[in-house]
Design a protein around this ligand. Structure first.
Ligand SMILES: NC(=O)c1ccc[n+]([C@@H]2O[C@H](COP(=O)([O-])OP(=O)(O)OC[C@H]3O[C@@H](n4cnc5c(N)ncnc54)[C@H](OP(=O)(O)O)[C@@H]3O)[C@@H](O)[C@H]2O)c1
Length: 294
């Protein structure tokens, strides 16, 4: 098998947890020459049977290919691997695609470490479970130098068809990852509070789930409208006056108290809306709540 450094179809994968193993397997299936390394080498056994080459150490793995994909638990683990003297010695001229989850600050620091060795750096965030990888709609966020992105794009598209490149700032992909996760966890918290309202009222939670699923697409359109309002800077009422939400949050908080259910979520949200009222934003579009958050 050809693992020549100049072979654009040669890729090394470091970190063979659930995600790294999936990434290596997808590359093998796509016809790449794949060299792998994992701290615990036993995890490479199956991939070797499928055609991967097991490198004896991380430096040998990096040396085997022009592009190295690293996907380990976190940035501390990645720093331990990529910051080792023997690995740094073989980094010059290579591209590192880092797909562990982390913060924008960690991404920028990692870029500094990698660039100092004369290698190019791309930082990515995967928004899917291992079983969802490799599909046309699998979302991958990536940022870092444009030449490196151009070199690595085909590899990223093996991992997921929906690759979004956010430009040269290495921390951008992590920032967008955290922003979308914030939307998901915020929605989830509100959804679960709603489930407690439903439970306390004696209605089946699965029917509530179906009702919420039914409005998800319309809600998506509404979120896009509010984002457009923020971008435009024009907070004149266009769809949803703030005062409706101020009153609704007070009712949701009151219901939590009346029904004797946990009031943490509505108390927090009502607190934000009270600040909006105090700031005189009642007669602006709902998106003006961002002025409180600013
Ligand atoms: N799984 C998912 O659904 C998912 C989805 C999106 C993003 N991600 C992200 O992908 C990354 C990997 O996730 P995973 O699910 O593959 O995790 P995992 O199955 O727990 O695997 C963790 C990997 O990190 C390695 N590792 C941990 N500490 C290390 C260290 N100090 N030195 C060297 N290697 C070390 C482990 O090596 P050993 O085998 O030797 O312990 C293993 O290869 C994480 O950042 C995760 O947030 C995962």
């Amino acid at each position: 098998m050809n693992t020549n450094n100049n072979d654009v179809k040669a890729v090394s994968v470091t970190g063979l947890g659930m995600m790294g193993t999936t990434l290596a397997r997808l590359l093998l299936q796509a016809g790449y020459h794949v060299t792998v390394w994992n701290r615990n080498p036993e995890k490479a056994a199956q991939l070797v049977q499928e055609g991967a080459i097991l490198a004896p150490d991380a430096a040998a793995a990096v040396k085997a290919s022009p592009v190295t994909v690293i996907c380990v638990r976190d940035y501390n683990a990645a720093r331990e691997i990529l910051g080792a003297t023997e690995v740094k010695a073989v980094l010059p001229g290579r591209v590192v695609i880092h797909l562990s989850s982390g913060s924008p600050k960690e991404a920028e620091e990692m870029e500094t470490l990698i660039k100092a060795q004369g290698a190019a750096y791309l930082d990515g965030a995967i928004q899917a479970a291992p079983s969802q990888m490799g599909r046309p709609d699998t979302p991958i966020f990536v940022s870092g130098g444009t030449p490196a992105y151009q070199q690595a794009e085909a590899i990223l598209r093996v991992f997921g068809g929906s690759v979004t490149y956010f430009g040269g700032q290495a921390g951008a992909a992590s920032a967008i990852d955290l922003a979308t996760l914030s939307a998901i966890y915020g929605t989830m918290t509100g959804f679960l509070h709603g489930a407690r309202i439903v439970e306390a009222a004696g209605f089946p939670v699965d029917k509530y789930g179906a009702l919420v699923a039914g409005i998800t697409s319309t809600f998506g359109d509404f979120l896009q409208h509010e984002a457009n309002v923020i971008r435009s800077g024009n907070f004149e009422i266009s769809q949803s006056p703030m005062k409706i939400s101020i009153d609704a949050m007070e009712r949701i908080l009151q219901q939590a108290e009346d029904a004797g259910i946990h009031s943490g979520f509505p108390a927090y949200a009502a607190g934000l809306f009270r600040q909006a009222a105090k700031a005189g934003l009642e007669n602006e579009e709902l998106a003006a709540l961002i002025k409180v958050l600013r």
